[in-house]
Ligand binder design. Structure first.
Ligand SMILES: C[S@@+](CC[C@H](N)C(=O)[O-])C[C@H]1O[C@@H](n2cnc3c(N)ncnc32)[C@H](O)[C@@H]1O
Length: 285
């Protein structure tokens, strides 16, 4: 088993933050905000493209059984169902009953799709029942992502593939005339995640649970629109959090935000974030 991620801890749940509360969507006051966030992301070409490429990396064949861990709204499940065909099975697992209910409602009524409520840290499946297993932007919300990877390896058959796509919030950049403030805001946001630096550690986690032939593909998401970035990265709320924590003065936080809005108006707003797709294969077969 791999060593746990160093320096990562499970902070106190923040029931409003998109960083901190995706692990407890059923307990937040406004779950619709989390649903809207996933819908917004799925409409962005960068996300559609990496999702399609990471599904291809699973190497699925008709008749296979595939598990999607942290399926959210199930936006990938229908595509996985199409990959395995009517004789196969695509199972979407999520710990949020609200997300699963939305997934059930949206999914086309097909025999090859199934849903399961459960925790990535203790998958409710027997050993080696799936041909492949995928997780997408969920390990960042899990306190022990290596345990989740070990569970995915456990339920995957010998020779099968495990594919994970996660951002690494250590790569989150916001351009500002006050780069120190930008760093404080980026760190405040990253620390809201239980495992905000999991992207860089996926290969280590996969190796630690016995996966081989590990392949890493980086993809950088550049967003040049402040309103869109604020909707995804909760920038205004994060600045307020950095002010409340004493990292920024009120005036500096306001000037930082003002600078971002101004940059947007003048056409040079810049944010970027790198995602890592990592594929590993179970030995044998
Ligand atoms: C950021 S969303 C990603 C959803 C989906 N994979 C996508 O790409 O749209 C994270 C999802 O993981 C779920 N989740 C968080 N912690 C989990 C856990 N420990 N076990 C299972 N699901 C979890 C959340 O309920 C949420 O649906």
């Amino acid at each position: 088993m791999a060593q746990p991620l160093s320096g990562e801890s499970a902070p106190t749940p923040d029931t409003g933050s998109l960083a901190g509360a995706f692990r407890c969507v059923d307990r937040v006051s406004d779950p619709g905000r989390f649903v809207a966030c996933l819908e917004r992301l799925s409409s962005i070409p960068f996300f559609r493209d990496y999702k399609s490429e990471s599904r291809a990396a699973l190497g699925l064949r008709p008749g296979d059984r595939v598990l999607e861990v942290g399926c959210g709204l199930g936006l990938d499940l229908a595509a996985l169902g199409a990959d395995v065909g009517p004789r196969g099975l695509a199972v979407g697992l999520d710990m949020s009953r609200i997300m699963l209910e939305r997934t059930r409602q949206a999914a086309p009524p097909r025999a090859c799709l199934a849903f399961a409520a459960g925790d990535a840290l203790a998958l409710p499946f027997a050993d080696a029942v799936f041909h492949a297993c995928r997780v997408d932007r969920t390990l960042q919300h899990v306190a022990d992502p290596f345990q989740a990877l070990a569970e995915m390896a456990r339920v995957t058959r010998p020779g099968g593939r495990v594919v994970a796509v996660e951002p690494d919030w250590g790569s989150y950049l916001l351009d500002s005339a006050d780069p120190e403030a930008a760093g404080i805001v980026a760190r405040t946001w990253r620390e809201g995640f239980p495992s905000g630096r999991v992207g860089r550690s996926l290969a280590r986690g996969m190796a630690g649970c016995g996966l081989s032939d590990i392949a890493v593909t980086p993809r950088t998401f550049v967003l040049r629109d402040f309103a869109a970035a604020d909707a995804i990265y909760d920038i205004e709320r994060t600045v307020a959090g950095a002010v409340a924590a004493g990292g920024l003065t009120q005036e500096r936080g306001a000037a930082f935000l003002c600078g971002l809005v101004q940059a947007d108006g003048l056409g040079y707003f810049f944010s970027s974030l790198t995602f890592f797709q990592v594929m590993g294969r179970l030995r044998g077969a």
